[in-house]
Design a protein around this ligand. Structure first.
Ligand code: SAM
Ligand code: SF4
Length: 334
């Protein structure tokens, strides 16, 4: 499809395919204290610190997205966002944008460092947190992530006690943890914790992905139906499909690979170094750090953002297969 030449100069951020952008994912750092099989390269090379956006730069860009471009929801991610020592301060400064139109501040974290700061994050204005956990069995968790599950469980507990809405995310890979589906569901069901399975995407840093390693929505359901009565719920505006188990528990599955939701995608992404990506699978980005650091004003930055997003690709729904990108998942932010 050819994009019309005229890129809108105002109004909510949107692309030429008619998708508006209300959600911005912001990576706080490329660094991580885990090494998940499905994400991190075998030998990660961290970006030089001076390339990472400072707090004032990051908040300025987010403010622009909110005031000029109609973004309403922010998700802080990474790498591991809680490795940023100023994660609470960043949250508090974003919280001050609510009167300007920001509705929701969320985070995606591995929760290793969450327990001591959960209350402070809530007080600073965080609304909800998605926590990645691919197994609750210590040995299996270590095999998937090279880390310890104990502080993750403590982080989940602390977040709930602090009053944060918690959702758990699990990536399932054939040959690695597909036998963890039922144990995870039983545990989350018993604890009444919201759980979503994410189909393994071809974005890992070590080239592990093949189509046959993807455990699809249908395959997750096959397992779950062995123990639970499963009823599909009506589609929402979220990427996840939801299912009611035994009439009382809502399980989510994000079917990015088997049923891509690209036609309704309403998000854009800002990397830790200020590169704007309009899609996880994009091969192109727009550098915002250079103009930001060279004194560009808000109108110039907004123009650059509108232009880049206008040309957003159709997404995974039309490309399929391994994504060769100039960036890995832990740098861009999942
Ligand atoms: N470190 C944080 C965490 O793990 O939650 C935030 C960053 S991580 C890149 C964000 C999300 O991306 C996590 O839920 C993770 O499970 C997911 N993810 C990473 N690589 C993936 C892949 N290849 N396929 C599907 N999901 C992936
Ligand atoms: Fe780190 Fe999150 Fe990637 Fe795991 S998924 S390696 S926790 S950034």
């Amino acid at each position: 499809m050819n994009a019309p030449l005229l890129i809108p100069a105002n109004g909510p951020l949107r692309d030429a395919r008619g998708r508006s952008k209300r959600k911005l994912r912001v990576s706080l750092t490329d660094r991580c204290n885990l090494q998940c099989l499905y994400c991190m390269p075998e030998h990660p090379k961290w970006l030089p610190r001076e390339q990472i956006l400072r707090r004032d730069e990051l908040v300025r860009l987010v403010r622009l997205f909110v005031t000029e471009l109609g973004v309403r929801e922010i998700r802080l991610t990474g790498g591991e966002p809680l490795l940023r020592r100023d994660a609470v301060e960043i949250t508090a400064e974003l919280n001050a944008l609510r009167p300007l139109g920001l509705d929701r501040i969320a985070m995606t974290s591995n929760a290793l460092r969450l327990a001591p700061v959960a209350r402070a994050l809530k007080d600073a204005g965080l609304d909800d947190i998605n926590i990645s956990i691919d197994s609750i069995t210590p040995d299996r968790f270590r095999a998937m992530t090279r880390g310890d599950v104990t502080p993750v469980l403590a982080g989940i507990d602390a977040a709930r006690h602090a009053g944060l809405a918690v959702k758990l995310n699990s990536v399932v890979i054939r040959g690695y943890n597909e036998d963890e589906v039922l144990p995870l569901v039983r545990w989350a069901y018993g604890e009444q914790l919201s759980l979503r399975f994410i189909e393994f995407m071809p974005l890992d840093g070590r080239g592990l992905w093949t189509q046959d390693k993807v455990i699809t929505e249908a395959q997750v359901l096959e397992q779950v139906q062995q123990e639970f009565a499963v009823q599909r719920l009506p589609r929402t505006s979220e990427p996840a499909e939801y299912f009611l188990l035994n009439g009382r528990y809502r399980l989510g599955i994000i079917p990015t690979i088997s049923r891509p939701f690209c036609s309704t995608c309403d998000r854009v992404r800002l990397s830790a170094t200020g590169e704007l990506y309009s899609c996880l699978f994009s091969e192109q980005f727009r550098d915002l750090k250079t103009p930001l650091r060279s004194g560009a004003d808000d109108a110039e930055l907004a123009h650059a953002i509108r232009g880049h997003v206008w040309h957003k690709e159709a997404g995974y729904a039309e490309r399929k297969g391994y994504a060769e990108r100039p960036i890995t998942m832990h740098h861009l932010g999942g």
